[in-house]
Design a protein. Sequence first.
Length: 130
Amino acid sequence: MRILITDDSEAIRKVLADLLTKQGFQVDMAESCSATIRRLARQTYDCLILDNDLPDGRGMDIFKVLNSPASHVFLFTTEALSSSGQQAAASLGVEKVFMKPSQTRELVAYVIDACSLPQGSDLARDGSTG
């Protein structure tokens, strides 16, 4: 599984990348909307972890350029979203919103569960084979 982490904080990108790489994910990083759009144009990702407050725009603005940028999209933001903001994020395809830095471990656990067939699938949970 390939994950793209977009955050303007190098420290946050590195922490998330380290935690997810240790779980076996292939991780790429971007620091801005424009860098993310360039990466998404060249590579397909299973999961996108996206900061909403980037130097060159809002993370959710990426959806205005690209429809459905990844199978799983998570917003990792320092600002609380209003209920209408959360609804807007969900309508764009954001699966879940996490607050940073306090929910870093929750984000990683959720990504591992959502993006890993062996750990996150109903098939793996109940042990059935079909």
